[in-house]
Design a protein around this ligand. Structure first.
Ligand code: FRU
Length: 502
């Protein structure tokens, strides 16, 4: 692994150039890996984690991301950059930010996560500079600006917030900025005495910041550190989304409530999970030109089980990490959230298979073999009113010889949907579960996106999403729908083979 140069030996521009050269050398080789995704966003090569600076700017979608451009593992953080006209096809742009200054150059730090805003046409990024002094973590909030949306200059007055207030701690990162009534606001993730929290600041100009107070904090059960907090209005309410450390399997939480800007207080009444999968972390939201609130997340999560140690087997092929499909966030009538894949993804649809009003019984094979693929969209609705089946499910990425298969199973009695990847590929492990709230009263709807090494499942009227990575052989493409213990009527089943967006 190439190490960063000693402090101050390269200017920001030189550090960016060096990073670009490193990626140029390896991207062709990384691009040949058969488990590269077909329609999810990936860096050209090497490591990627959180989405950063998501913004609809001058008519285009910009996606920045935590990036280590020297190896397929986490290292001193840079910001990679890409843009898109439709959220489906992405164009890679030059790396936007590299560690170069005393406040962000560090072998265990760098340019950490943050957000972007349009300040009268100037694309302005707020990020966390992370360094260590005498082994002690120092995180500060910093500004970088761009007139063309591609080349960024770090503000000479950085850091704009040099350290945490007394109510925070050295873990003080991931600023998310928005404007309300002509004032800029920033929420920053922090922790104190083992309680995760979100701290609120405001500013007239993105440069001078005032500490307002604690926007929300854990009651002792909601994690020890809140990473990547995101705060946004939705309908008549406000949503705080964050990725808690120390909540074990729960990786992305949302709180719905009301905001009082006069007091800086957010009072919430509804809590939920943004995603129930193993691999969905640090989602960030933005508002697009159509008024949609859209989120994108990192398709991985930090280490909490032994099998996460290597973040997937793709590192040996010089890349690691990807982004989820963009999802809209909507408020359901009871105050919970719904997450839907953006409509734009429909441009990927090609061969279409459709059946409706079909009785499915055990041991029946329904789906024609030619539909097998590692790049699919499946939308199924099952009528639960006359259902005698105990379980309804899909076999995904089946090798056909019983060696590799991934099981998605709904149990009617318990109301639990499970995603079992223990036989997916010989590498992945675990069964992830979610209890569906609506299904039973409503039909069972499963909307599934299969890409080479990721499966996103939307269900329960889009109130529940489950995202997991699997790494089957390219030839394991079998697909089947099944029932056990009785019959069910399939109201409709649509399957599309999807084309690649790359
Ligand atoms: C979340 C996170 C952030 C941090 C970044 C570093 O995944 O840990 O809190 O800014 O990743 O890469």
């Amino acid at each position: 692994m190439e190490m960063l140069p000693a402090k101050g030996t390269l200017s920001h521009r030189e550090a960016l150039l060096k990073a670009e050269q490193s990626i140029s050398k390896i991207k062709e080789s990384a691009g040949k890996d058969p488990s590269r995704l077909k329609y999810h966003f990936m860096a050209p090569a090497y490591w990627i984690n959180d989405p950063n600076g998501l913004i609809f700017y001058k008519g285009e979608y910009h996606l920045f991301y935590q990036h280590y451009p020297y190896a397929a593992k986490w290292g001193p953080m840079h910001w990679g950059h890409a843009k898109s006209k439709d959220l489906v096809h992405w164009e890679h742009l030059p790396i936007a930010l590299a560690p170069s200054e005393p406040y962000d150059l560090d072998n265990r730090g760098g340019v950490f996560s943050g957000s972007a805003v349009d300040d009268n046409g100037v694309l302005s990024i707020l990020y966390t500079g992370t360094i260590h002094k005498d082994g002690v973590l120092i995180q500060s909030q910093c500004l970088a600006t761009s007139f063309d949306g591609i080349t960024f200059d770090k503000y000479e007055g950085n850091p704009v917030i040099p350290g945490p207030p007394a109510e925070g701690s050295a873990d003080f990162r991931d600023p998310k900025v928005w404007k309300h009534d002509g004032t800029w606001y920033m929420v920053v993730g922090s922790s104190k005495d083992g309680m995760g929290k979100a701290l609120l600041f405001n500013s007239p100009d993105l440069r001078e910041w005032n500490y307002v107070g604690v926007l929300a904090e854990s009651d002792g059960t909601m994690g020890t550190m809140w990473e990547c907090p995101d705060f946004f209005p939705l309908g008549s309410r406000y949503v705080l989304m964050f990725s808690p450390m120390g909540m074990e399997e729960r990786k992305t939480i949302y709180l719905v409530g009301d905001m009082n800007y006069a007091t800086g207080c957010f009072t919430w009444d509804t809590m939920g999970d943004v995603d129930y999968g193993y691999e969905y972390y640090a989602p960030q939201s933005f508002l697009d030109g159509q008024g949609r609130r859209i989120i994108i997340a990192w398709l991985n999560a930090w280490d909490w089980m032994p099998w996460f140690k290597n973040f997937g087997p793709t590192s040996k092929n010089h890349w690691c990490g990807a982004m989820s499909a963009p999802r809209t966030v909507e408020l359901d009538e009871d105050g919970r959230l719904k997450f839907k894949p953006v409509k734009e993804l429909e441009v990927l649809r090609r061969d279409h298979y459709h059946i409706e009003q079909t009785e499915l019984s055990p041991e029946v094979s329904l789906i024609p073999k030619y539909l097998g693929s590692d790049c699919l969209e499946i939308k199924a609705e099952f009528d639960m009113s006359g259902c005698t089946a105990e379980e309804i499910g899909f076999v995904l990425r089946d090798s056909g010889d019983g060696v590799q298969q991934t099981l998605l199973v709904y149990n009617k009695q318990t109301g639990v949907l499970s995603f079992n990847r223990s036989r997916s590929d010989g590498w992945s492990e675990g069964t992830q579960t979610a209890t569906l709230e609506r299904t039973g009263r409503e039909p069972l709807m499963l909307h599934i996106f299969v890409d080479t090494s990721v499966v996103e499942v939307y269900t329960d009227s889009y109130r529940t999403v489950m995202t997991n990575n699997i790494y089957p052989d390219p030839a394991s493409i079998g697909l089947e729908v099944f029932v056990r213990g009785g019959n069910v009527n399939i109201t409709s089943l649509d399957i599309w083979k999807l084309r690649s967006s790359w």
